[in-house]
Design a protein around this ligand. Structure first.
Ligand code: AMP
Ligand code: MG
Length: 322
């Protein structure tokens, strides 16, 4: 059994995760059963509505999936495939990686190319130098910005394959990367990055295989000489990012949790204006919101469709007209 002390790929930090989202029931009388357990330095969660006893049947399948992917993709385990590839002179990661993780490498490299390096899986060395991310990963290649989302997609696939005729009404969550399985509607609350106990900043309903991911600045950072360093770097400069407290991205089923995760990190680096342009050009079906790092005058930037779907918004909201 892997406990909290194990540093995992999926987080890249000893600190306990970043969950910017919370699950809310759709109606007051909904019975939702939630199973939660620690894995790979973060928290895995399954929320079920209806036949809630099925959670304990599904959980081993999901856990097995996460542990297998951790063995392949961990930057913290020198024996992982990722670390072995990093140490080898394989000219093309997608070719050299095991078939089950090729899509994760491919998506990371594609995002890097599309964002002109703002998303950059080769930030490992710099993160180590800064002492962000735990400071002792074994690989310069770091898929921590995308691998949790990928793991959620694979877990969803396995559940769908296993429960062909009787799909559960389920929400998967791995460290703030959520994906709906089945046709139920799940309301997720977007947390206030400045006050974790405070009311939600907004609520969005997800359904039909949609995913949501949040990248945030407030739980994982280091402070040196009074300066707070983000765990998200600008991949073009290697410098820690400034100015954004949190980004939330919603994606349709065919983009998956993989892209929700990868995009939340990319859009964190790009910021609202460039980020909205980036989405229009490359991922027009993704929805995003940015919360600038201004706790004294909190506000939100949202892409058009995000603004349309967001409910119970507590702060002023600027819609990015693209
Ligand atoms: P997330 O919480 O999904 O935004 O992922 C953050 C993690 O991604 C960090 O802890 C680093 O391991 C990694 N990372 C940081 N900056 C970048 C970047 N510019 N591109 C890709 N990965 C990054
Ligand atoms: Mg991410």
């Amino acid at each position: 059994m892997h406990g909290l002390s194990r540093k995992g790929l999926l987080v890249g930090s000893a600190a306990l995760l970043l969950v910017g989202l919370a699950t809310l029931g759709l109606r007051h009388n909904d019975e939702i059963k939630t199973i939660r357990w620690p894995v790979m330095g973060t928290i895995a969660q399954l929320s079920l509505r209806g036949e809630t006893t099925r959670g304990e049947q599904i959980r081993p399948l999901v856990q097995k999936t996460y542990l297998r992917l951790d063995d392949l993709l961990s930057a913290w385990n020198p024996d992982s495939e990722l670390c072995r590839l990093a140490a080898s002179n394989c000219p093309d990661w997608v070719t050299c990686a095991s078939s089950e993780v090729k899509p994760c490498y491919a998506a990371a490299l594609k995002l890097a190319e599309q964002s002109d390096g703002a998303f950059n899986p080769r930030v490992g060395t710099k993160l180590r130098e800064l002492g962000v991310s735990g400071g002792s990963s074994y690989s310069d290649f770091d898929l921590g910005a995308i691998a949790k989302g990928f793991a959620v997609d694979i877990a969803a696939q396995k559940i769908i394959q296993t429960c062909t005729n009787d799909l559960p009404d389920l929400l998967i969550d791995l460290g703030g990367n959520l994906r709906v399985v089945g046709s139920g509607v799940w309301r997720t609350g977007i947390r206030n990055p400045f006050d974790r106990q405070g009311p939600y900043v907004g609520v969005i309903a997800l359904t039909n295989g949609e995913s949501v991911a949040t990248s945030g600045n407030y739980e994982r950072f280091i402070e040196r000489d009074g300066i707070r360093y983000s765990h998200i770097l600008d991949g073009r400069t290697g410098e820690p990012t400034h100015g954004i407290a949190a980004v939330t991205v919603v994606t349709p089923a065919h983009y998956g949790a993989l892209l929700a995760d990868g995009l939340s990190t990319t859009l964190f680096v790009l910021g609202p204006q460039n980020g909205a342009d980036f989405l229009t050009r490359h991922y027009p079906e993704a929805l995003a919101l940015w919360i600038p790092d201004s706790p004294t005058a909190p506000h939100i930037f949202a892409s058009k469709e995000m603004a349309r779907r967001l409910n119970y918004v507590v702060w002023p909201l600027d819609t990015l007209e693209r």
